[in-house]
Design a protein around this ligand. Structure first.
Ligand code: IPM
Ligand code: MG
Length: 354
C-alpha cells in the first residue's frame, strides 16, 4: 500500500490540500495518507518548523503532498524560527534538486490572464528550477563592519549540480516539444558562466533537442512578450523562483499551478518526491473556503505520475480539471466577477468529471 505524507502547513495550504486528498482517495482508495504538522502549524504547537516526527513520517513515505508554509506574523524572525525553514530542510534533507513547475493555460481561462488572450492561448511550458544549490544554500552572513551593518549571501554552484539539473531539462524537453531554454546571467556572474559551459558540454548528447540560452533579464521580458514560444526552461534556484512566479501569473491565476520536486531516490516513475502548489499561503483568503484547489489537485496528479508510476490516474485527474474549466466551473480568483464556486464545490465538480 503506497504511503503519502500529507503536510498541509499554513494558510490556504490547509484548505486546498484537504481537497487534493479527497481527489486522490477517489482515484486511488488504496493509498494511505497520513497528516503531520509543518511550518507555522508546527511552530504554533511549540515545535520546530519541521518536527522530527514529521520528518520521520516523510522518511518512511513514498512521497510528500505539501500545502504551503509562511505567515506574516513570522516576518522578520530569524530563519530557524520561520515556517519556510521547513521547506529548505525538506528540499535539502531529501536532496530534491529538480523542481518541475508546469505552466499551462486551460482552454477557456485565457481571459483570466493579464496578457491578451491570443498571447497565452495554448501556453504549455515547464520551468525546471534547480532547488538545492545557489544563493539559497550558499554561505550567509550578517555582521557589523566598521560600525556599518553588512550582509552577504553567496551564490555557489558545483559543475555536477549543474549537470544533473541540465540533464533533467534535456530529458524533459526530449519528451515534449524538444526545445530547451537555459537561463543564466552569463554577462555578469561566474556561476552563470560555469552554468553555460556545463550546459553546452552535455548538449551534444541531446542532438534532438534544440537548445538556446537567454540572459535572465531578457527571459523575464520574453516570458510576457511571447510566452507560448517556450517549451522547457532550465535555470538556477533564485532565477527559477522569480521566473516561475512570472510564468505562473501569465496564466491568470497562480492558484492553478502545481510543482514536483524530485531527487535521486527511487527509479523513474517511482521517485521519491515532494508535490506542492507554487502559490503560497494567501493568508488573506485562508479558511474562507474560496481558495482555488486546482494547484493542489494537480500536484496530486504529479505525485501519481512521478512517485506512484500511475500515469493513468495522473492524466485522468488532469483531464477532469480541464473538463471542469471547460464546463465553466470557476473559483473566485478566475471568475472575473461571475458567480464563483467554493473550494469544495469546485473539487466536487472535478470529482464529478473523473
Ligand atoms: C517557492 C517559494 C519559496 C522559495 C519560499 C516560500 C521560501 O517562493 O517555492 O517558490 O523561495 O523557494
Ligand atoms: Mg517562489
Amino acid at each position: 500500500m503506497p504511503d503519502i505524507a500529507v503536510l498541509p502547513g499554513d494558510g490556504i495550504g490547509v484548505d486546498i490540500t484537504r481537497e487534493a486528498v479527497r481527489v486522490l482517495a477517489q482515484v486511488r482508495p488504496d493509498v494511505r495518507c497520513t497528516e503531520a504538522p509543518v511550518g507555522g502549524a508546527a511552530l504554533d504547537r511549540g515545535l520546530p518548523p519541521l518536527p522530527d516526527d514529521t520528518r520521520a513520517l516523510c522518511e518512511r513515505s513514498d512521497a510528500i503532498l505539501f500545502g504551503a508554509v509562511g505567515l506574516p506574523k513570522y516576518d522578520g524572525k530569524p530563519m530557524a524560527e520561520r515556517p519556510e525553514a521547513a521547506l529548505f530542510a525538506l528540499r535539502s534533507g531529501f536532496k530534491l534538486y529538480a523542481n518541475l513547475r508546469p505552466v499551462r493555460v486551460f482552454p477557456g481561462l485565457e481571459d483570466a490572464s493579464s496578457l491578451r488572450p491570443e498571447l497565452v492561448r495554448g501556453l504549455d511550458l515547464v520551468v525546471v528550477r534547480e532547488l538545492t544549490g545557489g544563493i539559497y544554500f550558499g554561505k550567509k552572513e550578517t555582521r557589523i563592519e566598521n560600525g556599518v551593518e553588512v550582509a552577504s549571501d553567496t551564490m555557489l554552484y558545483r559543475a555536477p549540480e549543474i549537470e544533473r539539473i541540465a540533464r533533467t531539462g534535456f530529458e524533459l524537453a526530449r519528451r515534449r516539444r524538444k526545445h530547451l531554454t537555459s537561463v543564466d546571467k552569463e554577462n555578469v556572474l561566474d556561476t552563470s558562466r560555469l552554468w553555460r559551459r556545463v550546459v553546452l558540454r552535455i548538449a551534444p548528447e541531446y542532438p534532438d533537442v534544440h537548445l538556446d540560452h537567454l540572459l535572465v533579464d531578457n527571459a523575464a521580458m520574453q516570458l510576457v512578450r511571447r510566452p507560448a514560444d517556450f517549451d522547457v526552461i532550465v535555470t538556477e534556484n533564485m532565477f527559477g523562483d522569480i521566473l516561475s512566479d512570472e510564468a505562473a501569473i501569465v496564466t491568470g491565476s497562480i492558484g492553478t499551478l502545481p510543482s514536483a520536486s524530485l531527487g535521486e531516490r527511487g527509479s523513474p516513475g517511482k521517485q521519491f518526491g515532494m508535490y506542492e502548489p507554487i502559490g503560497g499561503t494567501a493568508p488573506d483568503i485562508a479558511g474562507k473556503g474560496i481558495a482555488n484547489p486546482t494547484a493542489a489537485i494537480l500536484s496530486a496528479a504529479l505525485l501519481l505520475r512521478y512517485s506512484l508510476d500511475d500515469e493513468t490516474n495522473a492524466s485522468r485527474i488532469e483531464r477532469a480539471v480541464q473538463a471542469a474549466y471547460a464546463a465553466g466551473k470557476r473559483t473566485a480568483d478566475v471568475a472575473a466577477g461571475a458567480p464563483a464556486l467554493s473550494t469544495t464545490a469546485f473539487t466536487d465538480a472535478v470529482i464529478a468529471e473523473l
